[in-house]
Design a protein around this ligand. Structure first.
Ligand SMILES: Cc1ncc(COP(=O)(O)OP(=O)(O)O)c(N)n1
Ligand SMILES: Cc1ncsc1CCOP(=O)(O)O
Ligand SMILES: [Mg+2]
Length: 239
C-alpha cells in the first residue's frame, strides 16, 4: 500500500488536480456530489490519468464500487457511506487504501483493529465545501483527542485533519500529533493553484518552518484570519 501523504488535496476535476500536482501535491481525493455514476467515472478516469503522470495517489470519495471499477488507489468513506462486505473484501484483497471519517475520540477508537488505512478527523473549522457539518472541533478539540490517543497507547490509523484548513493552521495542527491534513478550498480557490500547492507541500513537510500569514499569504488567507480576529473582538464586552 502507498504511504499515507501528509497533504490530501480534495478536488472535483482533472484540471485542478493537475495544477496541484504540478505544485508538488502527491495525494488527490476526487469528491463529486450529485452526479451520475457514469459522470463520476468519466472524471475519475481523467483524474487517474493525471495521478499516473505525477505518481500521485488517487482516492475516490463515497463510492467503493467506482474505486474497484477503475482500480483507483483507494476510497474514502463517511459514516453514511455504504460499502458491501464484497466490496470491502475486494478492496482489502487488492491492497487498496480505505479512509474513514471521524468527529470524536469514540469514533476513532471504534477503528481499533479495523483494516482502515487512515482516519479523516474534522471539521477543524466551518467550511462551505461540505454541507451538514459535524460539530466543529477547533484546535482545542484536536489537542484533546490527540492527547487522549497518546495516553491510550492503542494502535490506531494515522489521523488526517480536515475542514477549512489554511496555511496558517499547519504548525499548530501538526503540533497536536496529527499525521496530515486534507483540504479543498485553500488550494482549489487560490489565484495560483500550483504556487499555493507548493506552499502547502513545503510547510506540511516542515511544519515548524516560519509562516507569516500576513507577509506571504493571499487575500483569502488574510480574510479568514481577519474574520477570526473579528469574532474574538466581537465576543469582548465593554462595561
Ligand atoms: C480525508 C477526509 N476526511 C473526511 C472526509 C469527509 O467524508 P464524508 O464524511 O463522507 O463527507 P463527504 O466528503 O462525502 O461529504 C473526506 N472526504 N476526506
Ligand atoms: C469533505 C469535508 N469533510 C469535512 S470538512 C470537508 C471539506 C474540506 O474542504 P475545505 O478544505 O474547503 O474546507
Ligand atoms: Mg462521503
Amino acid at each position: 500500500m502507498r504511504k499515507i501523504s501528509k497533504l490530501h488535496f480534495i478536488t472535483t476535476s482533472a484540471a485542478l488536480a493537475e495544477q496541484a500536482c504540478r505544485g508538488g501535491v502527491d495525494w488527490i481525493q476526487l469528491r463529486l456530489k450529485n452526479v451520475s455514476y457514469e459522470e463520476y467515472r468519466k472524471v475519475a478516469l481523467e483524474v487517474q490519468d493525471v495521478c499516473k503522470r505525477y505518481n500521485a495517489t488517487l482516492i475516490i470519495n463515497d463510492l467503493p464500487r467506482l474505486a474497484l471499477d477503475i482500480n483507483a488507489d483507494g476510497v474514502h468513506l463517511g459514516k453514511e457511506d455504504i460499502m458491501t462486505p464484497e466490496e470491502e473484501a475486494a478492496l482489502l484483497a487488492g491492497g487498496h487504501i480505505i479512509g474513514c471519517t471521524t468527529n470524536t475520540l469514540e469514533d476513532i477508537l471504534h477503528f481499533k483493529n479495523k483494516p482502515v488505512s487512515y482516519l479523516g478527523l474534522g471539521p477543524f473549522r466551518h467550511t462551505t465545501t461540505k454541507q451538514n457539518l459535524s460539530p466543529i472541533l477547533g484546535l482545542g478539540g484536536y489537542k484533546n483527542i490527540m492527547e487522549s490517543l497518546r495516553t491510550s497507547s492503542q494502535k490506531l490509523p494515522p489521523v488526517i485533519a480536515i475542514g477549512g484548513i489554511i496555511l496558517y493552521d499547519i504548525p499548530s495542527l501538526f503540533e497536536t500529533g496529527i499525521h496530515g491534513i486534507a483540504l479543498s478550498g485553500a488550494i482549489g480557490n487560490a489565484s495560483d493553484i500550483s504556487a499555493k500547492a507548493a506552499e502547502f507541500t513545503k510547510l506540511v513537510n516542515d511544519p515548524t518552518a516560519s509562516n507569516d500569514p500576513w507577509g506571504n499569504s493571499d487575500a483569502q488567507t488574510r480574510d479568514i484570519i481577519a474574520g477570526g480576529i473579528g469574532e474574538i473582538i466581537g465576543n469582548i464586552t465593554f462595561n
